[in-house]
Design a protein. Structure first.
Length: 467
């Protein structure tokens, strides 16, 4: 839905967070003067002039057949207000759909990037590679400022737009009306409380592929294609007018044994790459495959990956204090992310792992295997999921020893307690990794707040001084 069609329509904002308010500000700047109603959870009293909050129990009665509802992505299909909107049957859209409609109408190339983890890193590296090649490129989406707040600037400068897209945003994409280019990283179970189950989560992600218009291109991690195939979500055979390139496979761009390859041909080593881990090299391959299709060369790839130092709370190095190296991986909200963190530092590279958070019923078997494989001596368990991990580890150890190194599992009731315990358990010169493998919403507003809290807990250790 274009902005021009919304100018004279009464609007319902479902959610008045950053994205909802940015949408309203853009509409007002384009001349919208019609009624604006606001519904949602935890609304504040400081709504913009002309916007009126309406209570849950009566908001449907306030809508007319001409009202257009603009939903924020946090409202799941099972949220009572969204279910009520569906019963109402009127027009619904989202800020993402409005943004894409405007960019597509202006014939500005958009690259949609999604994954269960790593989409921010991939998006950032891709943007940097394009810029190194001399192309104008702008990163929008889940990072920082709402996308619609940057629309006027984008329409004027006409860069390639790299749009990081969550499963919530992908779920609303209409067929063949999405980004011209799609980048699809690794998938594993996430956000199951929002989507309801794994099938619906993967189905939401797959809509990014279905949204590519004819003539577009997709760059897809090879394991992701297998995952979608297993769940019956492959790209329809009749979509012959888009090109799909498989990445991180021996036949295509991939990383192995310290080198980046294109098929059998070696391209370059990873020497000088600042961020650790196989998963980040996989992300780099996805980014380069896409950037190369838009004109970037190997030298642009090399320069970008050697300059990119990573994003906050993603294996972030907090420093060395009293001989201990502290790693902040608060972005880790699923067991697969914690497994990737352990893999990044290799066998024996993590002396203490702090893990645990909101319990969403994840299967932590792979994490127990990684703890054994990478020989982690100490694991500190936080509520709520730490209890589940501890029980699973105990059950596994009864069947066979957990790895060649005897792993000791410890419990802590708070992050502060966990950091203090880690300071006592972690040998000098070793690494303590905070990679929770669980969401943060039982205690924090998000992984950023949790990551800042971890940093503060390190600072508060009175016996630790910077070396």
């Amino acid at each position: 839905m274009r902005i021009s069609t919304l100018i004279n329509q009464p609007i319902l904002l479902l959610g008045a967070g950053k994205e909802g308010l940015a949408t309203l500000a853009l509409l007002r700047s384009r001349g919208h003067q019609a009624e604006v109603l606001v519904a949602g959870d935890h609304l504040t009293d400081s709504l913009p002039d002309g916007a009126r909050a309406i209570p849950h129990e009566t908001f449907l009665q306030s809508l007319t057949k001409h009202t257009v509802a603009i939903r924020s992505p946090g409202f799941s299909p099972h949220h009572p207000l969204r279910m009520a909107l569906n019963r109402w049957g009127g027009e619904q859209t989202t800020a993402t759909k409005i943004m894409l409609a405007e960019l597509n109408a202006a014939q500005i190339d958009v690259i949609g990037v999604t994954a269960s983890k790593g989409k921010s890193t991939t998006s950032s590296m891709l943007t940097q590679m394009l810029q190194e090649s001399g192309r104008k490129a702008k990163l929008v989406g889940n990072i920082g400022i709402p996308a619609l707040s940057q629309l006027d600037e984008i329409l004027q400068d006409r860069p390639i737009v790299v749009m990081e897209m969550s499963s919530y945003q992908c779920d609303d994409l209409p067929p063949q009306q999405g980004p011209k280019y799609a980048v699809f990283g690794r998938l594993f179970p996430e956000h199951l409380d929002w989507h309801g189950d794994l099938q619906h989560y993967y189905a939401a992600k797959s809509k990014l592929l279905a949204s590519i218009p004819d003539g577009g291109q997709a760059f897809v991690d090879a394991l992701t294609i297998q995952t979608l195939d297993l769940h019956g979500l492959s790209l329809p055979a009749q979509r012959t007018k888009i090109t799909v390139s498989l990445i991180n496979t021996p036949q295509g761009l991939h990383f192995a044994s310290g080198l980046f390859f294109d098929g059998d041909a070696p391209l370059c080593s990873d020497e000088g790459m600042l961020i650790p881990g196989q998963h980040n090299r996989d992300n780099a391959c996805l980014a380069f495959a896409t950037a190369r299709a838009l004109g970037a060369e190997l030298k642009d790839f090399q320069k970008a990956v050697r300059q990119f130092s990573g994003l906050p709370f993603r294996l972030q190095y907090e420093g060395e204090y009293s001989g201990i190296h502290w790693i902040n991986d608060s972005i880790s909200t699923a067991p697969e992310a914690a497994c990737a963190a352990l893999e990044a530092f290799g066998k024996g590279g993590t002396a203490t792992l702090i893990v645990g958070g909101q319990d969403r019923g994840y299967d932590y078997s792979s994490l127990i295997e990684s703890i054994a494989m990478f020989q982690v001596p100490h694991v500190i368990l936080l509520p709520e999921s730490g209890h589940t991990i501890g029980k699973l580890a105990q059950s596994a150890s009864l069947k066979k020893p957990i790895g060649p190194v005897s792993t000791l599992f410890h419990s802590a009731q708070s992050l502060s307690d966990a950091v203090q315990l880690a300071a006592k358990l972690t040998p000098l010169g070793s690494r303590c990794v905070f990679s929770p493998a669980a969401p943060s919403y039982h205690q924090w507003s998000g992984f950023e707040a949790r990551g800042k809290d971890y940093r503060s807990c390190i600072d508060l250790l009175t016996e630790l001084k910077p070396s």
